[in-house]
Design a protein around this ligand. Structure first.
Ligand code: NAP
Ligand code: MG
Length: 512
Protein backbone atom coordinates (compact mmCIF):
# COMPACT_ATOMS: atom_id res chain seq x y z
CA UNK A 1 0.00 0.00 0.00
CA UNK A 2 3.02 2.24 0.07
CA UNK A 3 6.39 2.25 -1.62
CA UNK A 4 8.06 1.47 1.70
CA UNK A 5 5.79 -1.52 2.16
CA UNK A 6 7.13 -2.66 -1.24
CA UNK A 7 5.89 -6.23 -1.75
CA UNK A 8 3.77 -7.07 1.30
CA UNK A 9 4.42 -10.71 2.13
CA UNK A 10 4.12 -13.02 5.07
CA UNK A 11 7.85 -12.79 5.69
CA UNK A 12 8.11 -9.04 5.30
CA UNK A 13 5.61 -8.43 8.06
CA UNK A 14 8.21 -9.76 10.52
CA UNK A 15 9.60 -7.20 12.96
CA UNK A 16 12.06 -4.65 11.71
CA UNK A 17 14.48 -3.36 14.31
CA UNK A 18 14.42 0.19 12.93
CA UNK A 19 11.79 1.68 15.21
CA UNK A 20 10.23 1.29 18.60
CA UNK A 21 6.98 -0.59 18.04
CA UNK A 22 5.10 0.22 21.17
CA UNK A 23 5.45 3.31 23.33
CA UNK A 24 4.04 1.64 26.40
CA UNK A 25 2.61 -1.89 26.66
CA UNK A 26 -0.02 -0.77 29.19
CA UNK A 27 -1.16 2.01 26.83
CA UNK A 28 -4.79 3.04 27.34
CA UNK A 29 -6.27 5.79 25.19
CA UNK A 30 -7.90 8.88 26.70
CA UNK A 31 -11.68 9.27 26.27
CA UNK A 32 -12.51 10.81 22.89
CA UNK A 33 -14.28 14.14 22.44
CA UNK A 34 -15.65 15.96 19.41
CA UNK A 35 -13.28 18.39 17.71
CA UNK A 36 -15.15 21.47 16.49
CA UNK A 37 -13.72 24.89 15.59
CA UNK A 38 -10.34 23.91 17.02
CA UNK A 39 -11.76 22.96 20.42
CA UNK A 40 -12.39 19.60 22.04
CA UNK A 41 -15.86 19.25 23.52
CA UNK A 42 -18.54 16.84 24.63
CA UNK A 43 -21.56 16.12 22.47
CA UNK A 44 -24.69 18.21 23.03
CA UNK A 45 -26.39 15.27 24.74
CA UNK A 46 -23.34 14.27 26.78
CA UNK A 47 -23.79 10.72 25.40
CA UNK A 48 -20.74 8.50 24.96
CA UNK A 49 -20.22 5.03 23.57
CA UNK A 50 -17.71 2.31 24.37
CA UNK A 51 -14.49 1.74 22.47
CA UNK A 52 -13.71 -1.98 22.45
CA UNK A 53 -10.35 -3.70 21.92
CA UNK A 54 -11.28 -6.41 19.36
CA UNK A 55 -8.43 -8.65 20.50
CA UNK A 56 -9.90 -9.03 24.01
CA UNK A 57 -13.51 -7.82 23.74
CA UNK A 58 -12.67 -5.44 26.59
CA UNK A 59 -13.85 -1.79 26.72
CA UNK A 60 -10.72 0.38 26.74
CA UNK A 61 -12.25 3.86 26.75
CA UNK A 62 -15.33 5.79 25.62
CA UNK A 63 -15.99 8.33 22.90
CA UNK A 64 -18.48 11.17 22.48
CA UNK A 65 -21.60 10.34 20.45
CA UNK A 66 -22.57 13.46 18.49
CA UNK A 67 -26.14 14.50 17.73
CA UNK A 68 -27.47 16.59 14.87
CA UNK A 69 -26.86 19.86 16.77
CA UNK A 70 -23.19 18.92 16.94
CA UNK A 71 -23.21 18.31 13.19
CA UNK A 72 -24.69 21.81 12.74
CA UNK A 73 -21.91 23.27 14.90
CA UNK A 74 -19.22 21.42 12.95
CA UNK A 75 -20.61 22.51 9.58
CA UNK A 76 -20.93 26.11 10.84
CA UNK A 77 -17.29 26.08 11.99
CA UNK A 78 -16.15 24.72 8.64
CA UNK A 79 -18.34 27.16 6.75
CA UNK A 80 -16.89 30.13 8.65
CA UNK A 81 -13.34 28.89 8.16
CA UNK A 82 -13.92 28.50 4.44
CA UNK A 83 -15.95 31.65 3.81
CA UNK A 84 -13.54 33.91 5.69
CA UNK A 85 -10.70 32.50 3.60
CA UNK A 86 -8.36 31.74 6.51
CA UNK A 87 -7.10 28.71 4.61
CA UNK A 88 -8.40 28.90 1.05
CA UNK A 89 -6.77 32.23 0.23
CA UNK A 90 -3.32 31.32 1.52
CA UNK A 91 -0.73 30.79 -1.17
CA UNK A 92 -0.49 27.13 -2.16
CA UNK A 93 3.14 27.16 -1.12
CA UNK A 94 2.18 28.06 2.44
CA UNK A 95 -0.45 25.29 2.60
CA UNK A 96 2.19 22.98 1.20
CA UNK A 97 4.64 23.79 4.04
CA UNK A 98 1.95 23.04 6.63
CA UNK A 99 1.06 19.74 4.92
CA UNK A 100 4.73 18.75 5.10
CA UNK A 101 4.75 19.63 8.78
CA UNK A 102 1.71 17.40 9.30
CA UNK A 103 3.56 14.53 7.60
CA UNK A 104 6.58 15.13 9.83
CA UNK A 105 4.44 15.11 13.00
CA UNK A 106 2.69 11.92 11.86
CA UNK A 107 6.06 10.22 11.46
CA UNK A 108 7.29 11.59 14.81
CA UNK A 109 4.18 10.35 16.58
CA UNK A 110 4.11 7.11 14.56
CA UNK A 111 4.43 4.79 17.56
CA UNK A 112 1.52 6.46 19.35
CA UNK A 113 -0.67 6.52 16.22
CA UNK A 114 0.08 2.87 15.45
CA UNK A 115 -0.68 1.80 19.03
CA UNK A 116 -4.00 3.64 18.91
CA UNK A 117 -4.95 2.21 15.52
CA UNK A 118 -3.97 -1.30 16.52
CA UNK A 119 -5.99 -1.15 19.72
CA UNK A 120 -9.04 0.37 18.05
CA UNK A 121 -9.20 -1.85 14.93
CA UNK A 122 -7.40 -4.94 16.27
CA UNK A 123 -4.88 -4.76 13.45
CA UNK A 124 -1.33 -6.04 13.96
CA UNK A 125 0.79 -3.28 15.42
CA UNK A 126 3.52 -3.89 12.88
CA UNK A 127 1.04 -3.46 10.02
CA UNK A 128 -0.31 -0.27 11.59
CA UNK A 129 3.22 1.09 11.82
CA UNK A 130 4.59 -0.01 8.45
CA UNK A 131 1.53 0.64 6.33
CA UNK A 132 -1.12 2.79 8.02
CA UNK A 133 1.19 5.38 9.56
CA UNK A 134 3.75 5.47 6.77
CA UNK A 135 1.21 5.73 3.97
CA UNK A 136 -0.70 8.41 5.90
CA UNK A 137 2.44 10.55 6.08
CA UNK A 138 3.07 9.89 2.38
CA UNK A 139 -0.42 11.12 1.47
CA UNK A 140 0.28 14.43 3.20
CA UNK A 141 3.68 14.67 1.48
CA UNK A 142 2.09 14.03 -1.91
CA UNK A 143 -0.68 16.55 -1.17
CA UNK A 144 1.99 19.11 -0.27
CA UNK A 145 3.23 18.84 -3.86
CA UNK A 146 -0.34 19.10 -5.21
CA UNK A 147 -0.90 22.31 -3.22
CA UNK A 148 1.85 24.01 -5.21
CA UNK A 149 0.55 23.02 -8.60
CA UNK A 150 -3.10 24.08 -8.63
CA UNK A 151 -2.81 25.68 -12.03
CA UNK A 152 -5.50 26.47 -14.53
CA UNK A 153 -5.02 26.54 -18.27
CA UNK A 154 -5.18 29.19 -20.95
CA UNK A 155 -7.90 28.36 -23.48
CA UNK A 156 -7.22 28.88 -27.12
CA UNK A 157 -10.23 30.52 -28.80
CA UNK A 158 -10.82 32.68 -31.91
CA UNK A 159 -12.99 35.05 -29.83
CA UNK A 160 -11.46 38.47 -29.04
CA UNK A 161 -11.01 37.49 -25.41
CA UNK A 162 -8.48 36.21 -22.96
CA UNK A 163 -9.98 32.95 -21.66
CA UNK A 164 -8.47 30.89 -18.89
CA UNK A 165 -9.46 28.51 -16.11
CA UNK A 166 -8.86 28.59 -12.37
CA UNK A 167 -8.93 25.53 -10.13
CA UNK A 168 -10.79 26.53 -6.99
CA UNK A 169 -11.67 24.69 -3.77
CA UNK A 170 -15.22 23.34 -3.52
CA UNK A 171 -15.91 24.71 -0.03
CA UNK A 172 -16.98 22.47 2.83
CA UNK A 173 -16.40 18.76 2.23
CA UNK A 174 -18.09 16.13 4.40
CA UNK A 175 -15.63 13.23 4.64
CA UNK A 176 -17.20 9.94 5.77
CA UNK A 177 -14.73 7.12 6.32
CA UNK A 178 -14.83 3.36 7.11
CA UNK A 179 -13.50 1.33 10.02
CA UNK A 180 -10.73 -0.71 8.45
CA UNK A 181 -7.90 1.79 7.77
CA UNK A 182 -9.23 4.74 9.79
CA UNK A 183 -6.15 6.96 9.75
CA UNK A 184 -5.01 6.20 6.22
CA UNK A 185 -8.44 6.50 4.60
CA UNK A 186 -8.99 9.79 6.41
CA UNK A 187 -5.69 11.03 4.99
CA UNK A 188 -6.65 10.08 1.43
CA UNK A 189 -9.51 12.58 1.74
CA UNK A 190 -8.24 15.21 4.16
CA UNK A 191 -4.77 15.74 2.68
CA UNK A 192 -5.86 16.62 -0.89
CA UNK A 193 -8.90 18.55 0.37
CA UNK A 194 -6.56 20.70 2.47
CA UNK A 195 -4.10 21.05 -0.41
CA UNK A 196 -6.87 22.57 -2.51
CA UNK A 197 -8.01 24.95 0.25
CA UNK A 198 -11.25 23.29 1.39
CA UNK A 199 -12.66 23.02 4.90
CA UNK A 200 -13.77 19.62 6.18
CA UNK A 201 -16.26 17.95 8.49
CA UNK A 202 -15.01 14.43 9.15
CA UNK A 203 -17.33 11.64 10.33
CA UNK A 204 -15.09 8.64 11.02
CA UNK A 205 -16.48 5.12 11.50
CA UNK A 206 -18.33 4.78 14.80
CA UNK A 207 -16.27 1.76 15.87
CA UNK A 208 -12.85 3.22 15.14
CA UNK A 209 -12.75 7.01 15.56
CA UNK A 210 -9.83 7.52 17.93
CA UNK A 211 -7.10 8.20 15.38
CA UNK A 212 -9.24 10.85 13.65
CA UNK A 213 -9.15 12.86 16.86
CA UNK A 214 -5.39 12.55 17.17
CA UNK A 215 -5.05 13.56 13.54
CA UNK A 216 -7.10 16.70 14.24
CA UNK A 217 -4.71 17.58 17.05
CA UNK A 218 -1.72 17.07 14.77
CA UNK A 219 -3.22 19.34 12.11
CA UNK A 220 -3.79 22.04 14.70
CA UNK A 221 -0.23 21.73 15.97
CA UNK A 222 1.07 22.03 12.40
CA UNK A 223 -0.80 25.33 11.95
CA UNK A 224 -4.04 24.43 10.17
CA UNK A 225 -6.43 27.22 11.27
CA UNK A 226 -9.27 26.37 13.64
CA UNK A 227 -12.45 25.27 11.91
CA UNK A 228 -10.72 23.96 8.79
CA UNK A 229 -10.95 20.38 10.09
CA UNK A 230 -13.79 19.35 12.40
CA UNK A 231 -14.45 15.82 13.64
CA UNK A 232 -17.86 14.54 14.69
CA UNK A 233 -17.80 11.06 16.17
CA UNK A 234 -20.97 8.99 16.47
CA UNK A 235 -23.34 6.79 14.54
CA UNK A 236 -23.52 7.13 10.76
CA UNK A 237 -27.09 5.85 10.76
CA UNK A 238 -28.10 8.65 13.14
CA UNK A 239 -25.99 11.53 11.80
CA UNK A 240 -25.51 10.60 8.15
CA UNK A 241 -28.64 11.99 6.50
CA UNK A 242 -28.36 15.26 8.44
CA UNK A 243 -24.74 15.75 7.38
CA UNK A 244 -25.22 14.66 3.77
CA UNK A 245 -28.25 16.90 3.24
CA UNK A 246 -26.89 19.85 5.25
CA UNK A 247 -27.17 23.11 3.28
CA UNK A 248 -23.72 24.15 4.51
CA UNK A 249 -22.01 21.15 2.88
CA UNK A 250 -20.79 21.44 -0.73
CA UNK A 251 -19.56 17.91 -1.38
CA UNK A 252 -19.62 14.41 0.13
CA UNK A 253 -16.52 12.29 -0.01
CA UNK A 254 -17.48 8.78 1.08
CA UNK A 255 -15.53 5.56 1.56
CA UNK A 256 -17.44 2.53 2.78
CA UNK A 257 -19.83 -0.19 1.72
CA UNK A 258 -21.81 -0.17 -1.51
CA UNK A 259 -25.02 -0.34 0.53
CA UNK A 260 -24.33 2.84 2.53
CA UNK A 261 -22.82 4.47 -0.57
CA UNK A 262 -26.07 3.93 -2.50
CA UNK A 263 -28.05 5.43 0.37
CA UNK A 264 -25.78 8.48 0.57
CA UNK A 265 -25.93 9.00 -3.20
CA UNK A 266 -29.74 8.87 -2.98
CA UNK A 267 -29.94 11.45 -0.18
CA UNK A 268 -27.28 13.71 -1.76
CA UNK A 269 -28.95 13.39 -5.16
CA UNK A 270 -32.13 14.97 -3.82
CA UNK A 271 -30.01 18.03 -2.95
CA UNK A 272 -27.98 17.88 -6.19
CA UNK A 273 -24.88 17.52 -4.06
CA UNK A 274 -21.83 15.85 -5.62
CA UNK A 275 -20.54 12.61 -4.11
CA UNK A 276 -17.29 10.75 -4.53
CA UNK A 277 -17.86 7.10 -3.62
CA UNK A 278 -15.07 4.63 -2.87
CA UNK A 279 -16.99 1.43 -2.23
CA UNK A 280 -16.53 -2.27 -1.65
CA UNK A 281 -15.15 -5.04 -3.78
CA UNK A 282 -14.79 -8.78 -4.14
CA UNK A 283 -11.67 -8.83 -6.23
CA UNK A 284 -10.57 -11.62 -8.55
CA UNK A 285 -6.97 -12.82 -8.42
CA UNK A 286 -6.28 -14.80 -11.60
CA UNK A 287 -3.40 -17.27 -11.72
CA UNK A 288 -2.30 -18.76 -15.04
CA UNK A 289 -0.27 -21.96 -15.25
CA UNK A 290 2.72 -20.05 -16.67
CA UNK A 291 3.03 -17.83 -13.55
CA UNK A 292 5.82 -17.98 -10.98
CA UNK A 293 3.70 -20.14 -8.69
CA UNK A 294 5.80 -19.75 -5.55
CA UNK A 295 5.56 -15.99 -5.76
CA UNK A 296 1.88 -16.22 -6.67
CA UNK A 297 1.14 -18.21 -3.48
CA UNK A 298 2.80 -15.45 -1.41
CA UNK A 299 0.69 -12.78 -3.17
CA UNK A 300 -2.48 -14.85 -2.84
CA UNK A 301 -1.88 -15.36 0.88
CA UNK A 302 -1.24 -11.73 1.77
CA UNK A 303 -3.79 -10.65 -0.85
CA UNK A 304 -6.58 -12.14 1.23
CA UNK A 305 -5.12 -12.02 4.76
CA UNK A 306 -3.70 -8.49 5.05
CA UNK A 307 -5.59 -6.58 7.75
CA UNK A 308 -7.44 -9.85 8.52
CA UNK A 309 -9.03 -9.63 5.08
CA UNK A 310 -10.70 -6.37 6.03
CA UNK A 311 -9.58 -4.35 3.07
CA UNK A 312 -11.59 -3.30 0.08
CA UNK A 313 -9.12 -4.64 -2.46
CA UNK A 314 -8.64 -8.03 -0.79
CA UNK A 315 -8.03 -10.70 -3.43
CA UNK A 316 -10.82 -12.84 -2.03
CA UNK A 317 -11.79 -14.68 -5.22
CA UNK A 318 -8.97 -16.84 -6.51
CA UNK A 319 -9.31 -18.09 -10.08
CA UNK A 320 -6.73 -20.71 -11.05
CA UNK A 321 -6.06 -22.23 -14.47
CA UNK A 322 -7.12 -25.86 -14.24
CA UNK A 323 -3.65 -27.29 -15.00
CA UNK A 324 -2.26 -25.87 -11.73
CA UNK A 325 -5.46 -25.71 -9.67
CA UNK A 326 -4.67 -28.71 -7.45
CA UNK A 327 -1.04 -27.66 -6.99
CA UNK A 328 -2.02 -24.17 -5.83
CA UNK A 329 -4.71 -25.55 -3.55
CA UNK A 330 -2.23 -27.93 -1.92
CA UNK A 331 0.25 -25.08 -1.43
CA UNK A 332 -2.47 -23.01 0.26
CA UNK A 333 -3.50 -25.97 2.42
CA UNK A 334 0.12 -26.16 3.66
CA UNK A 335 0.81 -22.41 3.97
CA UNK A 336 -2.36 -20.77 5.27
CA UNK A 337 -2.62 -22.69 8.59
CA UNK A 338 0.97 -21.66 9.41
CA UNK A 339 0.27 -17.91 9.18
CA UNK A 340 0.49 -16.58 12.77
CA UNK A 341 -2.88 -15.51 14.16
CA UNK A 342 -3.06 -13.83 17.55
CA UNK A 343 -2.36 -10.80 19.71
CA UNK A 344 -1.96 -7.71 17.49
CA UNK A 345 0.74 -6.41 19.87
CA UNK A 346 2.94 -9.44 19.19
CA UNK A 347 5.31 -8.47 16.37
CA UNK A 348 5.09 -12.01 14.98
CA UNK A 349 1.32 -11.74 14.44
CA UNK A 350 0.19 -11.49 10.82
CA UNK A 351 -3.58 -11.96 11.30
CA UNK A 352 -5.37 -10.24 14.17
CA UNK A 353 -9.04 -10.37 15.19
CA UNK A 354 -11.91 -8.98 13.17
CA UNK A 355 -12.79 -5.45 14.23
CA UNK A 356 -16.05 -6.34 15.99
CA UNK A 357 -18.24 -9.22 17.21
CA UNK A 358 -20.90 -8.35 14.61
CA UNK A 359 -18.29 -8.33 11.85
CA UNK A 360 -17.15 -11.85 12.87
CA UNK A 361 -20.80 -13.01 12.90
CA UNK A 362 -21.26 -11.80 9.35
CA UNK A 363 -18.06 -13.46 8.09
CA UNK A 364 -19.03 -16.77 9.71
CA UNK A 365 -22.56 -16.58 8.29
CA UNK A 366 -21.29 -16.05 4.73
CA UNK A 367 -18.75 -18.88 5.12
CA UNK A 368 -21.33 -21.35 6.50
CA UNK A 369 -23.87 -20.45 3.78
CA UNK A 370 -21.17 -21.00 1.16
CA UNK A 371 -20.27 -24.38 2.66
CA UNK A 372 -23.97 -25.33 2.71
CA UNK A 373 -24.16 -24.39 -0.98
CA UNK A 374 -21.58 -27.12 -1.73
CA UNK A 375 -18.12 -25.62 -1.12
CA UNK A 376 -15.36 -27.75 0.43
CA UNK A 377 -13.43 -26.43 3.43
CA UNK A 378 -9.71 -26.64 2.66
CA UNK A 379 -8.77 -24.96 5.94
CA UNK A 380 -10.41 -22.78 8.60
CA UNK A 381 -14.12 -21.94 8.43
CA UNK A 382 -14.43 -21.52 12.18
CA UNK A 383 -14.04 -19.02 14.97
CA UNK A 384 -10.91 -19.09 17.05
CA UNK A 385 -11.37 -18.64 20.79
CA UNK A 386 -8.46 -16.56 22.01
CA UNK A 387 -8.42 -14.06 24.93
CA UNK A 388 -12.09 -13.16 24.40
CA UNK A 389 -11.21 -11.55 21.04
CA UNK A 390 -13.11 -11.71 17.73
CA UNK A 391 -10.72 -14.07 15.93
CA UNK A 392 -11.54 -16.18 12.88
CA UNK A 393 -9.32 -18.85 11.38
CA UNK A 394 -7.88 -18.00 7.96
CA UNK A 395 -10.20 -19.85 5.61
CA UNK A 396 -9.86 -21.37 2.14
CA UNK A 397 -12.93 -22.76 0.37
CA UNK A 398 -12.67 -24.85 -2.82
CA UNK A 399 -15.23 -26.17 -5.32
CA UNK A 400 -17.20 -23.00 -4.85
CA UNK A 401 -20.21 -22.30 -7.03
CA UNK A 402 -20.23 -18.89 -8.73
CA UNK A 403 -23.60 -18.14 -7.09
CA UNK A 404 -22.31 -18.89 -3.56
CA UNK A 405 -22.65 -15.97 -1.09
CA UNK A 406 -18.87 -15.69 -0.58
CA UNK A 407 -18.43 -15.22 -4.35
CA UNK A 408 -21.33 -12.84 -4.93
CA UNK A 409 -20.90 -10.69 -1.81
CA UNK A 410 -17.99 -8.95 -0.14
CA UNK A 411 -17.02 -11.13 2.86
CA UNK A 412 -14.54 -8.67 4.45
CA UNK A 413 -12.72 -11.27 6.49
CA UNK A 414 -9.83 -13.77 6.17
CA UNK A 415 -11.63 -15.89 3.59
CA UNK A 416 -10.56 -17.06 0.13
CA UNK A 417 -12.74 -18.85 -2.41
CA UNK A 418 -10.99 -20.87 -5.13
CA UNK A 419 -12.40 -21.70 -8.55
CA UNK A 420 -10.73 -23.34 -11.58
CA UNK A 421 -10.97 -21.94 -15.11
CA UNK A 422 -10.07 -23.06 -18.62
CA UNK A 423 -8.60 -20.35 -20.84
CA UNK A 424 -8.63 -16.56 -20.89
CA UNK A 425 -12.27 -16.16 -21.92
CA UNK A 426 -13.53 -18.02 -18.87
CA UNK A 427 -11.06 -16.24 -16.59
CA UNK A 428 -12.28 -12.82 -17.74
CA UNK A 429 -15.96 -13.81 -17.58
CA UNK A 430 -15.62 -15.14 -14.02
CA UNK A 431 -13.50 -12.19 -12.87
CA UNK A 432 -16.01 -9.68 -14.26
CA UNK A 433 -18.97 -11.73 -13.09
CA UNK A 434 -19.89 -9.83 -9.92
CA UNK A 435 -21.50 -6.46 -9.33
CA UNK A 436 -18.18 -5.06 -8.05
CA UNK A 437 -15.25 -3.64 -9.99
CA UNK A 438 -12.67 -2.32 -7.56
CA UNK A 439 -9.49 -4.21 -8.38
CA UNK A 440 -8.23 -7.40 -9.99
CA UNK A 441 -4.91 -9.19 -10.38
CA UNK A 442 -3.23 -11.40 -12.96
CA UNK A 443 -0.30 -13.73 -12.37
CA UNK A 444 1.35 -14.73 -15.65
CA UNK A 445 4.74 -14.73 -17.32
CA UNK A 446 3.18 -13.89 -20.70
CA UNK A 447 3.41 -10.14 -21.24
CA UNK A 448 0.97 -10.10 -24.15
CA UNK A 449 -1.60 -11.94 -22.06
CA UNK A 450 -1.05 -9.47 -19.21
CA UNK A 451 -1.86 -6.59 -21.58
CA UNK A 452 -4.89 -8.37 -23.06
CA UNK A 453 -6.32 -9.03 -19.61
CA UNK A 454 -5.62 -5.63 -18.09
CA UNK A 455 -7.72 -4.05 -20.82
CA UNK A 456 -10.59 -6.54 -20.44
CA UNK A 457 -10.91 -6.64 -16.66
CA UNK A 458 -13.61 -4.29 -15.44
CA UNK A 459 -11.82 -2.86 -12.41
CA UNK A 460 -10.39 0.46 -11.27
CA UNK A 461 -6.96 -1.10 -10.60
CA UNK A 462 -5.26 -4.16 -12.06
CA UNK A 463 -2.12 -5.68 -10.53
CA UNK A 464 0.15 -7.85 -12.63
CA UNK A 465 2.40 -10.30 -10.76
CA UNK A 466 1.81 -8.49 -7.46
CA UNK A 467 -1.11 -7.63 -5.21
CA UNK A 468 -2.18 -4.66 -3.14
CA UNK A 469 0.59 -2.20 -4.00
CA UNK A 470 -0.69 1.36 -3.91
CA UNK A 471 0.87 4.78 -3.74
CA UNK A 472 -0.49 8.31 -3.29
CA UNK A 473 0.76 9.08 -6.81
CA UNK A 474 -1.43 6.36 -8.35
CA UNK A 475 -5.19 6.97 -8.74
CA UNK A 476 -7.44 4.52 -6.89
CA UNK A 477 -11.17 3.89 -7.16
CA UNK A 478 -13.77 1.59 -8.62
CA UNK A 479 -16.21 0.96 -11.44
CA UNK A 480 -19.71 -0.58 -11.24
CA UNK A 481 -20.85 -1.04 -7.61
CA UNK A 482 -17.34 -0.27 -6.35
CA UNK A 483 -17.98 3.43 -6.79
CA UNK A 484 -16.98 6.44 -8.82
CA UNK A 485 -14.39 9.16 -8.65
CA UNK A 486 -10.72 8.65 -7.89
CA UNK A 487 -8.48 9.29 -4.94
CA UNK A 488 -4.71 9.47 -5.35
CA UNK A 489 -2.73 10.80 -8.27
CA UNK A 490 -3.48 14.22 -9.68
CA UNK A 491 -7.02 12.91 -10.43
CA UNK A 492 -7.86 13.43 -6.76
CA UNK A 493 -7.99 17.16 -7.46
CA UNK A 494 -11.07 16.56 -9.61
CA UNK A 495 -12.86 15.39 -6.47
CA UNK A 496 -11.94 18.39 -4.30
CA UNK A 497 -11.80 21.33 -6.69
CA UNK A 498 -14.03 22.96 -9.26
CA UNK A 499 -12.93 24.61 -12.48
CA UNK A 500 -13.91 28.23 -13.02
CA UNK A 501 -13.69 29.60 -16.55
CA UNK A 502 -12.80 33.27 -16.87
CA UNK A 503 -13.46 35.07 -20.13
CA UNK A 504 -12.07 38.60 -20.33
CA UNK A 505 -13.11 40.84 -23.11
CA UNK A 506 -10.10 42.63 -24.54
CA UNK A 507 -10.92 46.34 -25.02
CA UNK A 508 -10.47 47.58 -28.55
CA UNK A 509 -10.43 44.10 -30.07
CA UNK A 510 -12.70 43.50 -33.06
CA UNK A 511 -15.97 41.74 -32.30
CA UNK A 512 -16.53 43.39 -28.93
P1 NAP B 1 -19.98 1.29 6.13
O1 NAP B 1 -20.78 0.50 7.07
O2 NAP B 1 -20.51 1.59 4.79
O3 NAP B 1 -19.61 2.66 6.90
C1 NAP B 1 -18.76 3.62 6.34
C2 NAP B 1 -19.01 4.97 6.99
O4 NAP B 1 -20.33 5.41 6.68
C3 NAP B 1 -18.93 4.92 8.51
O5 NAP B 1 -18.37 6.11 8.98
C4 NAP B 1 -20.39 4.79 8.90
O6 NAP B 1 -20.67 5.21 10.20
C5 NAP B 1 -21.01 5.73 7.88
N1 NAP B 1 -22.46 5.54 7.69
C6 NAP B 1 -23.22 4.48 8.03
N2 NAP B 1 -24.52 4.71 7.71
C7 NAP B 1 -24.56 5.95 7.16
C8 NAP B 1 -25.60 6.76 6.63
N3 NAP B 1 -26.87 6.35 6.58
N4 NAP B 1 -25.27 7.99 6.14
C9 NAP B 1 -24.01 8.42 6.18
N5 NAP B 1 -22.98 7.71 6.68
C10 NAP B 1 -23.25 6.48 7.15
O7 NAP B 1 -18.55 0.61 5.89
P2 NAP B 1 -17.58 0.00 6.97
O8 NAP B 1 -18.18 -1.26 7.47
O9 NAP B 1 -17.13 1.01 7.92
O10 NAP B 1 -16.31 -0.32 6.02
C11 NAP B 1 -16.22 -1.44 5.21
C12 NAP B 1 -16.65 -1.13 3.80
O11 NAP B 1 -15.87 -0.07 3.27
C13 NAP B 1 -16.41 -2.30 2.88
O12 NAP B 1 -17.47 -2.42 1.99
C14 NAP B 1 -15.13 -1.90 2.15
O13 NAP B 1 -14.94 -2.53 0.91
C15 NAP B 1 -15.33 -0.45 2.01
N6 NAP B 1 -14.05 0.22 1.76
C16 NAP B 1 -13.80 0.76 0.52
C17 NAP B 1 -12.57 1.34 0.25
C18 NAP B 1 -12.24 1.94 -1.09
O14 NAP B 1 -11.27 2.67 -1.18
N7 NAP B 1 -13.00 1.65 -2.14
C19 NAP B 1 -11.61 1.40 1.27
C20 NAP B 1 -11.91 0.84 2.51
C21 NAP B 1 -13.14 0.27 2.76
P3 NAP B 1 -20.82 4.10 11.38
O15 NAP B 1 -19.50 3.41 11.45
O16 NAP B 1 -21.11 4.93 12.58
O17 NAP B 1 -21.91 3.17 10.96
MG1 MG C 1 -20.63 0.28 9.53
Amino acid sequence: MSPTADRPSVDQTRPEPTFDLHPDPTFEPAPGQLFIGGTRRESGTGLRHDVVDPSTGRTVTTIAAANTDDVDAAVAAARTAFDTGTWATRPGRERSRILLDIARLIRERGAELAALESLDVGKPLLLARTIDVTATAEHFEYAAALAQGLDGTVCSTPLPVHAFTRREPLGVIAAITPFNFPLLLSATKIAPALAAGNAIVHKPAGDTSLSALLMAEILQEAGVPDGVLNVVTGSGAQLGDHLVSHPGVDKISFTGSAQVGAHIAHVAGAHLRPVTAELGGNCAHIVFADADLERAVQDITMGFLLNTGQFCMAGARLLVERAVHDEILQALERTVPTVPVGDPRDPATVVGPLAGADRRERVDRLVQETVRSGARVVTGAERLDLNGGFFYRPTVLAEVDCHAPAVREEVFGPVLTVQPFDGEEEAVARANGTAFGLAAGVQTSDLSRAHRLTSRLRAGTVWVNCWGLLDPAVPFGGVKHSGWGREGGTEVLDSCTTTKSVIMSLPGEAGR
